[in-house]
Design a binder for this molecule. Structure first.
Ligand code: ATP
Ligand code: MG
Length: 225
């Protein structure tokens, strides 16, 4: 849980794709540029225009782990990922700012033509495939619906099409992927965006370097509201 060593630059953990792309304007508002892209570079540690800041590229669901153990001082992670992470790793992560980036919704979706309302009404046991087991369990428990949860790590849209599950719990933004696979969203569970997360020891011991960045991110993120 110790912060990265004091003579090293601050380390920011990001995942490639939406979160990396939508973090660039926040960094730029703090006067920092990143010249390499994780889409074209094979490097997992990217320098920035500031000698005091480097970026590491990790899986979206690994970002909280790197920050919690102090291998990164701070990071940016979706609320979807954070909700699952904190259930098994309590404490140790400070979550100061909702950056309002990588926005989407966590939804229940089924095959077109599947009568979800009837299935729920009849109290039949629903088979639900998802990467978000905790959020799904809480959602259906709140409705009093019995579910068998099937943990998947990706391509959830496939599960109802091949008979693995009746429904999926997944992230939706435009709905394009659901539509392309003949699925429809039947319930919204929650709004998702990404938060800044900070290692608690780093916040104490490296606050002179960290706090100005946290403040700059918070200010710049107001534009995403
Ligand atoms: P991995 O590629 O490591 O398996 P992943 O596919 O979940 O993880 P991404 O698809 O890049 O990774 O999503 C990273 C984060 O971006 C998610 O945790 C979520 O917060 C957000 N996100 C995911 N899908 C969408 C979407 N359709 N629209 C907006 N934000 C999204
Ligand atoms: Mg992905």
């Amino acid at each position: 849980m110790s912060p990265a060593s004091l003579d090293k630059p601050l380390t920011l953990a990001l995942s490639k794709g939406r979160i990396f792309d939508e973090t660039m304007p926040l960094l730029s508002a703090a006067g920092i540029q990143v010249s390499e892209s994780p889409e074209t570079s094979r490097k997992l540690i990217l320098p920035t225009s500031s000698p005091d800041l480097q970026i590491i590229i990790v899986r979206a669901s690994d970002v909280p782990t790197y920050v919690q153990y102090g291998a990164a001082d701070f990071g940016i992670a979706g609320k979807d990922v954070l909700h699952e992470h904190v259930a098994t790793h309590p404490g140790g992560l400070y979550q100061p700012v909702d950056l309002n980036i990588a926005r989407c919704r966590l939804c229940v979706a089924v095959r077109q033509g599947f009568d979800y309302e009837a299935a729920v009404r009849q109290g039949s046991r629903l088979r639900v495939a998802t990467k978000y087991v905790r959020a799904a369990r809480e959602h259906f428990a709140g409705k009093g619906v019995y579910v068998d949860l099937i943990k998947l790590y990706g391509s959830m849209e496939l599960a109802p099409l091949v008979g693995l599950a009746d429904a999926i719990v997944d992230l939706v933004s435009t709905g394009g992927t659901l539509k392309a696979n003949n699925l429809v969203a039947v319930e919204d569970i929650t709004e998702i965006s990404s938060r800044l997360i900070v290692n608690q020891a780093s916040l104490k011991m490296r606050s002179a370097a960290l706090q100005p960045l946290i403040d700059a991110f918070a200010r710049a993120s107001l534009a995403n509201k």
